[in-house]
Design a protein around this ligand. Structure first.
Ligand SMILES: Cc1cc2nc3c(=O)[nH]c(=O)nc-3n(C[C@H](O)[C@H](O)[C@H](O)COP(=O)(O)O)c2cc1C
Length: 96
């Protein structure tokens, strides 16, 4: 049987931001991949003024904005900056 108190305890306090961020990360990645599939370009951002975003979108206190994703279409003539350094798969993962 579902117990809402149990869920509240699991994700309460210090654990909340980690839980929210992991879930938003998964959702955002799916959104960005689906957008790319449909011909859109996206740009994830976490460097923003949380209170300004809250006010702009009229978000109640119970919502915590943790990521913005801009979506649009890059001008074909627009050059992108060179891609930042990426660690290799082997650098960051170990398959056992
Ligand atoms: C979690 C996350 C947060 C980011 N926050 C910002 C941001 O606040 N501002 C920004 O310009 N780019 C931000 N970026 C970077 C861009 O979304 C994008 O990944 C980057 O510009 C791609 O360039 P690269 O391929 O050279 O890494 C963020 C990326 C991630 C994954």
């Amino acid at each position: 049987m579902r117990n809402p108190d149990r869920a509240n305890n699991l994700y309460a306090g210090d654990k909340e931001i980690g839980f929210v961020s992991r879930n938003v990360g998964l959702l955002a990645m799916n959104f960005m991949l689906a957008a790319k599939d449909q011909g859109w370009d996206t740009h994830a951002m976490d460097g923003f003024d949380i209170e300004a975003v809250r006010e702009l979108f009229g978000l109640p206190e119970k919502y915590l904005p943790v990521m913005l994703v801009a979506i649009g279409k890059k001008l074909p003539t627009q050059e992108l900056l060179p891609q930042a350094m990426r660690r290799s798969f082997e650098d960051v993962c170990e398959v056992r």
